[in-house]
Design a protein. Structure first.
Length: 149
């Protein structure tokens, strides 16, 4: 992701997410106190950048002649998350950063519980197993997230 000539690279099996706005309110619009927000275990956001995945050794690294020089290109286990997906993830696993006055969350791929992918892709989300909607407005996250009192 490039902002004002500066490039932001996500490393490994991590995902860069912009947190969804409005999670600090109840369904009827009441503001939640900070203590109640901190107790919520699940958070949502839009995926803006995806790392290359978990690195795995190349098959040639297991060869009989390790002294031979060769071109070792890194191999990665592909990630399920894609840019533009809506992700529900564990709040405690996310790391909050600020880049160019914008708040982002770095989330490990293992902490993502559910992906909602736009129906324009013609695919189903591998994590959710159901067809997804196009916008955040079409998705009622309060039905997906149970708030414990």
């Amino acid at each position: 992701m490039e902002v004002r000539g500066r490039k932001l690279l996500v490393v490994g099996d991590r995902v860069l997410v912009t947190p969804a706005a409005g999670e600090d309110r109840t369904r009827v619009g009441l503001l939640l106190p900070q203590a109640a927000i901190d107790k919520m275990q699940v958070q949502s956001g839009r995926v803006v950048e995806v790392g290359p995945g978990t690195p795995i050794p190349a098959p040639t690294e297991f060869g009989d002649e390790p002294w031979k020089l060769g071109e070792n290109k890194p191999n990665y286990v592909p990630m399920q998350a894609r840019i533009g997906d809506l992700a529900l993830f564990l709040r405690n696993a996310a790391v909050e950063i600020e880049f160019e006055n914008t708040a982002y969350l770095i989330v490990p791929h293992a902490a993502i519980l559910l992906l909602v992918r736009g129906s324009g892709d013609g695919e189903r989300s591998a994590s959710s197993g159901s067809a997804a909607a196009d916008d955040d407005d079409d998705i009622d996250l309060s039905k997906l997230i149970r708030l414990d009192d």
